[in-house]
Design a protein around this ligand. Structure first.
Ligand code: SF4
Length: 733
């Protein structure tokens, strides 16, 4: 479908007046530069309390051990906070770093930024991976990372102008806070003209970040065909809440026009050749494999339903008869086709689809005509199926408001489905929710919950605290049994689960909860290898997968890369690789990554070396968690809903499967037993399996039984710095 973009609601009529109202609080000149071999060798630190702007060096140790992206973020955060710091402490720092490979335009998926801070949900470091132009434009303006620390007195905008060579902290009182408006207004204000708009990118949040713990960041890029600001989210862990707590309205970067060699790589040809190989594969195979260019990740909806993995009614079930109403063919029709929707230059996978012409149905923008960025699979599954909502209009509405309010769709979906189940079971009722009828499928109630959340009012204010805190609140009020709430509340470490049912995959249960930041599928997605293809049957094989894949995916975050082009398209002959574990790694693509890393940085590395790079950062992050009072085995426990059926109805919905397991694996005859007895039997078995998996994974990772990296592990990795050893030593006996 084609679309007339002039129909979109315009928010930029008064931008000249808005810009004139800015008050410069601090201005500093600097010398813009381009990176050499992927690095600028300096970071930018903005202290909002003292209004100081400083450049700080990136030394060889930082590059050698922490690489960039998530590694840089963790290291800078470690140096900024104390063990007693909380997410609200002024010294908590938001670090945005794109990584040495980021900004490359030859290889698809090379425009990511990593954001790190102390999370309001988990109280430990969170890292979140995001597209959009901010990170690469920052890099090409001269900085490997930006750190925002301290707290401003009034709402401010931090502007890095890489064309003029200035950095300013400004009051900007008139622009909106909500992202779909703010991004457009700031881009229009700071671009020289329309052609220059693609060189301006913003980071914004929205009112949700002011009033709930699940705030996300929106990174923009200017879509020249739609003439509109598009948004990608650093969604997980409440980073947007920290951003607004610091009173940041926006970060703006105005970078130089983009060219193909701005990383100044050591071997441009090597990088370009790897890119050409992958572009060809995408063009030849995407239509036969994942349809990312037409449907984005929304193509997964019906696949997950077919394998009983789509979360329905707060992860109680894995499929629903109404799934076709929100399946890929619906989104294929709703997304505007024929537009290359890449969230960075050169990404031919172009999966950042947009639904144009959505007429907003509720809230402050009712009646406006907007472009919705998405939905991606996680959004359709989370705010849709998991809440029993199978109307694509409500899914789009919820997606739009999550983004513009700066609320993470995954945490919102899992929180909303949790309160809906509480409503189903009488833990909540209309009196307790202030009049909400939070029944399954009630899209209007879901939206009212969201508007309340963004305003910080009523029951929405409670729901905006996230699942872990809601469980405590409901139990403390005597509304529900604490154990039952723990069983059905899908969070670990305080972070809400992303949208896959993991009950039948022990490896994925570990892939979610045996993580540093909490249950997010960007560390490990092992369900098909484990449950469907049965390629990792033993504890040792699962532990090996839970060693390798989280480290491999960590490496993307060190370098500013998108995971999707790694295995959402595969060379057609990949399945001829004999060893299934090796096939899952997609060896030809791993070689591409070796080529682009070595080609840009000049640092020699084998494919094994890439894993070792991640291992250093991953273990460092584990020690960081311990330093903040967490990071031990008890924090890796998973809610039972992620491991098996909590209730009699859940068991009976898949009775054949569970009875078979009791008969064949537990060697107990299920006949004549009550369902409640069978639920208990299965639970005992599955809890025990999870503990055994935890032992095996810790051993493979070189950790103690309590999950502490041993001195040998730290030494082997070369990260046995005194301040790290000091954290773990008391726990090693
Ligand atoms: S694959 Fe999609 S999300 Fe990843 S970089 Fe490309 S357009 Fe962005």
């Amino acid at each position: 479908m084609t679309y007339d973009y002039t129909k979109r609601t315009n928010y930029t009529a008064d931008v000249a007046k808005m810009k004139a109202a800015h008050k410069i609080l601090k201005e500093q000149s600097y010398k813009p530069s381009l990176p050499e071999k992927g690095y600028n060798n300096r970071t930018l630190r903005i202290d909002l309390t003292t209004l100081t702007i400083t450049e700080e060096p990136v030394d060889d140790k930082m590059k050698e051990i922490f690489i960039g992206g998530r590694g840089f973020g963790l290291w800078r955060l470690w140096n900024s906070v104390k063990p007693t710091s909380t997410w609200r402490s002024p010294e908590n720092t938001i670090v945005i770093s794109p990584g040495p490979v980021a900004g490359n335009t030859q290889y698809p998926g090379s425009g990511k930024s990593l954001v790190v801070t102390l999370s309001p949900l988990t109280d430990i470091p969170i890292d979140s991976n995001v597209g959009g132009y901010y990170g690469p434009l920052l890099k090409f303006s001269g900085f490997d990372a930006i750190e925002i620390t301290g707290k401003a007195k009034t709402d401010v905008v931090v502007v890095v102008d890489g064309q003029k060579g200035t950095i300013t902290i400004e009051e900007a009182p008139l622009e909106e806070v909500n992202s779909h408006v703010a991004a457009e207004q700031f881009i229009h204000e700071y671009a020289n003209d329309e052609a220059d708009m693609r060189n301006v990118s913003t980071v914004t949040v929205g009112r949700g970040g002011d009033n709930c713990r699940i705030g996300c960041l929106n990174f923009s890029w200017f879509d020249v065909r739609r003439k509109a600001a598009r948004l990608k989210q650093a969604g997980r862990g409440g980073i947007g809440t920290v951003f607004r707590d610091k009173k940041v309205k926006a970060l703006v970067v105005h970078g130089p026009p983009i060219k193909g060699d701005m990383n100044q790589p050591v071997n441009h040809d090597k990088v370009a050749k790897a890119g050409m190989r992958l572009h060809r594969e995408i063009y030849e195979n995407d239509d036969k494999q994942c349809h990312m260019r037409r449907q984005g990740t929304a193509h997964l909806v019906e696949i997950m339903d077919a394998y009983d993995l789509l979360p329905v009614h707060n992860f109680q079930y894995g499929k629903h008869p109404d799934t076709p109403k929100i399946a890929s063919w619906v989104w294929d029709h709703r997304f505007t086709q024929g537009i290359p929707d890449g969230c960075w230059y050169g990404c031919s996978m172009a999966c950042s689809k947009g639904a144009d012409g959505h007429i907003v149905m509720t809230g402050p923008y009712k009646g406006h005509v907007v472009t919705v960025d998405g939905p991606e699979y996680e959004t359709a599954a989370g705010v849709g199926a998991n809440c029993g909502i199978f109307d694509p209009n409500w899914v789009l509405e919820c997606n739009f408001y999550c983004d513009t309010y700066g609320i993470d769709t995954i945490s919102f979906g899992t929180s909303c489905s949790f309160v809906m189940e509480c409503y189903q079971r009488g833990i909540l009722n209309a009196e307790r929710t202030g009049g909400f009828e939070l029944t399954w499928g009630n899209g209007a109630a879901q939206m009212e919950l969201m508007h309340q959340m963004a305003r910080g009012e009523g029951f929405g204010k409670i729901a905006g605290q996230g699942v872990m805190r809601m469980k405590r609140i409901f139990a403390a009020k005597g509304w529900g049994d604490a154990q039952f709430l723990d069983d059905i509340g899908m969070e670990n470490k305080g972070l809400e689960y992303s949208q896959y049912v993991s009950k039948e995959s022990l490896a994925q249960q570990g892939g979610y909860a045996l993580t540093n930041k909490g249950p997010q599928h960007d560390e490990a997605w092992l369900i098909f290898m484990d449950m469907v293809n049965k390629q990792i049957p033993t504890f040792e094989a699962k532990a090996e997968a839970l060693h390798y894949f989280p480290l491999w995916r960590t490496w993307f975050g060190l370098n500013g890369l998108c995971k999707l082009p790694w295995n959402d398209v595969e060379p057609p002959d990949n399945q001829r690789v004999n060893d299934p574990m090796e096939a899952a790694k997609v060896p030809e693509h791993i070689q591409n990554y070796v080529d682009i890393f070595t080609g840009i940085t000049g640092r020699q590395a084998s494919r094994e070396d890439l894993i070792t790079m991640s291992q250093k950062v991953y273990n460092f992050q584990r020690v960081f968690n311990i330093r903040m009072g967490k990071g031990l085995r008890k924090y890796d426990k998973a809610p039972y809903r992620s491991k098996g059926p909590v209730t009699v109805e859940e068991y009976e919905s898949r009775a054949e499967r569970y009875d078979k397991q009791i008969q064949e694996v537990l060697k107990v005859d299920p006949r004549g037993k009550s369902t409640a007895d069978k639920v208990a039997l299965l639970r005992q078995y599955r809890e025990d399996q999870y503990e055994k998996l935890t032992d095996a994974v810790y051993q493979r990772r070189g950790w103690t039984k309590d999950g502490v990296p041993t001195l040998e592990t730290l030494k082997k990795l070369g990260i046995d710095f005194p301040e790290i050893v000091e954290v773990v030593k008391p726990l090693l006996g």
